[in-house]
Design a protein around this ligand. Sequence first.
Ligand SMILES: Nc1nc2c(ncn2[C@@H]2O[C@H](COP(=O)(O)OP(=O)(O)OP(=O)(O)O)[C@@H](O)[C@H]2O)c(=O)[nH]1
Ligand SMILES: [Mg+2]
Length: 292
Amino acid sequence: MKSGFIAIVGPPNVGKSTLLNRLLGEKVAIVSPRPQTTRTQIKGILNLSDAQLVFIDTPGIHLPHHLLGENLVRMAVKSLKDVDLRLFVVDASQRASEDDKRVAGHLEHSEGSVVLVLNKIDKFEAINPEILESYQSLLKFEKTVLVSARSGAGHEEFLKAVIELLPEGPQFYDPEEFTDQTERVLAAELIREQVIRYTGDELPHSVAVKIEEFKDRPEVTYIRAHLFVERDSQQGIVVGAGGRKIKEIGQNARLAIEEMTGRKVYLDLQVKVLKNWRKDALTLKRLGYAVD
Ligand SMILES: Nc1nc2c(ncn2[C@@H]2O[C@H](COP(=O)(O)OP(=O)(O)OP(=O)(O)O)[C@@H](O)[C@H]2O)c(=O)[nH]1
Ligand SMILES: [Mg+2]
């Protein structure tokens, strides 16, 4: 039996979370076209007949502009320690960016093998050799694999490469388990995913979701959640004219949560102002966005 812990790192928006979901065939991490979607470490366990792969999805490594961003980067960097293998995921449709260099810098300062995962290959016919070189020159990689997290292309070869690099070891998790994310946490994330979808470019980063009540009743699961924004003006943006936006966010989130739990859900959302929460260390800790 091969087994091990595998960190998935890279800049924001390259498809790390999409890749994790695709590998597991389960949605354990939310995904969006905007950067800095993932805010915590998310474990996804792939149980195969001869291997147990424990993937750790991480926030995108970038140049942070506030305390939340700093915490996100710290969380990603922390995941590089104590793993058996690191996957450096990049967007193969464009050449290496400043953020990619940043990621390479962190990988260089931690130990162990690194696999370069060139993602989004569905976007082109053949990889541009200059783009490939821009990534391969960043670091010494054990292997390079090409995948599309969206279509699933290249996944067999990818998994083979990963398993080959893992040590022999025990199953660390019950083979029935596929994530460390509780239903409560997943529900909050599915709500946040809809908020990102329905709000503008800057706002997504300003919203945090906290589940206040999560009760399984015989007929329905009752969930009450707070959507925290940073300023009064943002409250109106999330609520929308006549409450239309929050209604759409709520309806879509409810459907997503029902799909996840397989039960009927009653979802009650309230938008609250939590002044400058992104800059407040204690609040970040309370929201689960801090490194111990
Ligand atoms: N065309 C294409 N798009 C992809 C692929 N993988 C991910 N995407 C898209 O890229 C965007 C970012 O995906 P995420 O999975 O949220 O990226 P991430 O790396 O987890 O981003 P952060 O959590 O912000 O660090 C989304 O719009 C995805 O649909 C892929 O293989 N092909
Ligand atoms: Mg992500």
